[in-house]
Design a protein around this ligand. Structure first.
Ligand code: HSE
Length: 440
């Protein structure tokens, strides 16, 4: 006998919604056995009948989201539509009725998280959002509760599977960005319009959510410096490899210069011995540095039908058991309870750099380049140049010791203005994780 029954309304039955429906149907008895809760699907809502899934006849399908939310039999609302417009209005409606909401919607939370959390609080209900970051990896729960005893100093990770798949293909097969993107689309990792992923925005939205919880500060997407992977060239992947590095799109949040938080998403050189270098294909990995725990890594499938559904159902169970509501009431780390993050201006970032420039193969050219870096107080760590093969310009790759971003940008302006260099200099950042974690 169940301890109780919980009526569920699912808004959206695409990849994630369909996965949730399957788990609730196929694993109903397992969930009942583990939790004592009989989760009953009351409504599965889609935009129009053309979106009905193949097994629609067995499901309580409809196209009326408002009716599904308003139905007293719907005790929990799962928002799995995505986007920041209709989804936002429907969540507001559910919260306004005091109904708990489970959502995977990172775009909406990165844009309006504080407001929606406050609305939930006002109506004495809650929002659960494990699936919004890292797909099936339980990183939200880890940061909110598992690591509550820690001052988190940094979170850095691979949080976009599409970009990681593309970069992995470019690295392993020597493909161009366009070739790798096409393969990602063919295999169903990248959308027909891949902009949100490849521009780095998807990763930035996830970082906004995660860093806010980790640093107990309010972070929105626009706080984050974002560079995508769409400009990464095969040449940089090859040079990086030659120097012992792998290029990954990292989302990084770290304490800096006292009370500041540095927030950024960009293609990053990580050493080949760093554990993040081995995270291949569509996988995600999130590395957390806590003062008590030390370093830890969460690895797994960050997207897809069943991984994301796994996180949604975990949230549903938390809501059903009442633990989510308790945490929501008690925790002071949710975005509506914290103050705005003290975001380090990007120009103040301290980082190591990789630059690749096209220099004329003439006497004194390298001296001009190194002088420009030297004038900005930037110390070189290595220089790589191959013999020119019949071209006027030759690629020169330089890595630096830690320097200030503003200084590097000033040096690059000077270098790009030299008559002896051609095209814009490529500038990527290098991140060295501590030895304990990276294994170097
Ligand atoms: N498109 C994302 C990714 C998953 O490729 O990781 C959803 O955020």
């Amino acid at each position: 006998m169940p301890d109780k029954t919980v009526g569920v309304a699912i808004l959206g039955c695409g990849t994630v919604g369909g996965g949730v429906v399957n788990i609730l149907r196929d694993n109903h008895d397992m969930l009942l056995g583990r939790t004592g809760i009989d989760f009953q699907l009351r409504h599965v809502v889609v935009k129009d009948r053309s979106e009905y899934p193949p097994n629609a006849a067995e499901l309580p399908m409809s196209t009326d989201a408002n009716a599904a939310i308003d139905d007293p039999a719907s005790e929990v609302v799962l928002e799995l539509i995505g986007g920041t417009t209709i989804a936002g209005t429907l969540i507001e409606r559910a919260l306004g009725l005091g109904k708990p909401v489970v959502t995977a919607n990172k775009s909406l939370l990165a844009l309006r998280g504080p407001e929606l959390f406050a609305l939930a609080r006002q109506h004495d209900t809650c929002i659960a959002f494990e699936a919004s970051v890292g797909g099936g990896i339980p990183i939200i729960d880890a940061v909110l509760r598992g690591l509550v005893a820690n001052r988190i100093d940094a979170i850095l990770g691979i949080v976009n599977g599409t970009c990681n798949f593309i970069l992995t293909q470019m690295t392993a097969k020597g493909w161009t960005y366009d070739q790798a993107l096409k393969e990602a689309q063919k295999q169903g990792f990248a959308e027909a319009n891949p902009t949100l992923d490849v521009s780095g925005r998807d990763a930035a939205q996830k970082l906004a959510i995660l860093s806010g919880l980790a640093f107990n500060a309010r972070v929105v997407e626009s706080d984050i410096h974002v560079e995508g992977i769409d400009k990464v060239e095969g040449a940089d992947i090859q040079f990086a490899k030659e120097m012992g590095y792998v290029i990954k799109l990292l989302a990084i949040a770290e304490r800096a210069n006292g009370d500041w938080i540095s927030l950024r998403v960009h293609p990053t050189l990580v050493h080949k011995d760093d554990v993040l270098a081995d995270v291949g294909g569509p996988f995600n990995a999130i590395s957390v540095f806590g003062h008590a725990l030390g370093h830890a890594l969460w690895y797994g499938r960050g997207a897809g039908r069943t991984p994301t559904a796994s996180a949604v159902v975990s949230d549903l169970v938390g809501v059903g058991m009442g633990t989510t509501a308790l945490s929501f009431r008690q925790l002071r780390t949710l975005p509506d309870m914290t103050s705005k993050a003290n975001v380090l201006p990007f120009q103040e970032l301290q980082s190591r750099y990789y630059i690749r420039l096209a220099a004329m193969d003439q006497p004194g050219v390298l001296a001009q380049i190194t002088a420009a870096l030297g004038r900005q107080g930037i110390s070189l760590s290595s220089i790589l140049q191959h013999e020119a093969v019949g071209t006027e310009h030759v690629p020169v790759v330089i890595t630096t010791h830690v320097a200030r971003e503003g200084a590097m940008q000033a040096a690059l302006k000077e270098i790009d203005g030299l008559p002896t260099t051609a095209s814009r200099t490529v500038c990527l950042r290098i991140v060295d994780q501590p030895k304990e974690f990276g294994g170097r």
